[in-house]
Design a protein around this ligand. Structure first.
Ligand code: ZN
Length: 337
């Protein structure tokens, strides 16, 4: 049995050699930094008065706004991210579980990881950052966002579907490994009876033995009976083409030349290390955008904040505290979900 499991040490994702190498170097540098640097202080989310004034003034006059959301957006909702240092689930580095090869080797293990993540996301509630961004999209119809999150919390915060594009899929979408079948918005928990757990069991605890689930009891395609898989983007897989096209269309102003300018970009809860997400910051800037970054982590040489220039903003702290304050002039007071 043990020989069928993925390696527990980080292994290089299966990507084209040059891209894999670049991502691996960045990942290694990030890990090294986390080991060698002291843990970030839990200082309160503070906004300097001059930043507040310049940001809110610019926001008011902005019409074309691009958003880029990452895991930090959902941090206040208590969603485990399984990224970077500490990105382990049980004894497995999550980077080795979120791969096509891990799934083909041991679909029951990978499915149980995703079943746990679905369960966590369903128990979580959208936080004030999700709600504030959803309200902003209602007040500013040309505020369009790219979300790297798969937890569905923007959707549950009633973020207008026309104003957001996910790029890493969804925990609540599944697709067939053989045919073209896709199901969306399946919020059943557990997805199949074999994933049911007693109430007091935490499947993240390596002490708790995982079930040895036969493949026939895993989620199956209703069309062809083959294995279903989570409809998420794994390491080594490309972003869905329709997502990329929709984002590119918005950036290009939908063919309207006078709409090709972007006034502002809101980068929320992501270090944006992963391309092409990081590339969107450059794209927005090339179209005139000023960049505002909201993140817990201090600027690093690789993060988007390091690429900040005069006229940009870095707001350090929890997005669920920062965004309601900074967007209040447009959206009013954000109530709890
Ligand atoms: Zn099928």
């Amino acid at each position: 049995m043990a020989s069928e499991l993925p390696e527990t040490s980080p292994t290089r994702p299966q990507l084209p050699a040059n891209l894999a190498n670049e991502l691996w170097q960045r990942y290694a540098a990030q890990q090294k930094r986390k080991i060698t640097e002291p843990a970030p202080s839990q200082s309160p989310s503070e906004i300097r008065p001059e930043d507040y004034l310049s940001f809110t003034t610019h926001l008011k006059s902005s019409t074309r706004i691009l958003g880029l959301f990452g895991a930090g957006l959902s941090a206040a909702s208590g969603i485990p991210t399984f990224r970077g240092a500490g990105g382990f689930w049980r004894e497995y580095d999550s980077m080795t579980l979120a791969t096509p090869s891990a799934f083909s080797k041991n679909p029951a293990l990978v499915w149980q990881f995703y079943s746990y993540r679905r369960h966590c996301a369903l128990r979580a509630k959208p936080n004030k950052a999700h709600l504030a961004l959803a309200e902003l999209a209602k007040k500013k119809p040309d505020f369009f966002s790219i979300s790297q999150n798969i937890d569905g919390l923007c959707q549950r915060a009633d973020h207008p579907a026309g104003n957001i594009q996910t790029v890493h899929g969804s925990l609540f979408s599944n697709r067939c490994t053989e045919c073209t079948y896709v199901e969306n918005d399946n919020f059943t928990d557990p997805l199949v009876p074999a994933f049911a757990l007693p109430d007091d069991v935490d499947p993240s605890d390596p002490e708790f033995p995982l079930k040895d689930i036969p493949v026939e009891d895993l989620p199956r395609c209703p069309e062809c009976a083959a294995l279903l898989r989570p409809n998420v983007v794994w390491f080594g897989e490309s972003l869905p083409q329709e997502a990329v096209t929709r984002i590119d269309d918005w950036i290009a102003g939908g063919g309207t030349p006078d709409k090709s300018k972007i006034d502002l970009m809101l980068v929320v809860g992501t270090s944006a290390l992963v391309y092409p997400a990081a590339g969107y910051i450059h794209t927005a800037r090339a179209r005139g955008a000023r960049i505002a970054v909201f993140n817990m982590e201090e600027p690093t040489e690789e993060g988007p904040s390091s690429r900040l220039r005069d006229g940009d903003w870095f707001f350090k702290g929890d997005a669920a505290i920062l965004l309601p304050k900074l967007l209040k002039g447009i959206i009013g007071v954000v109530a709890e979900a």
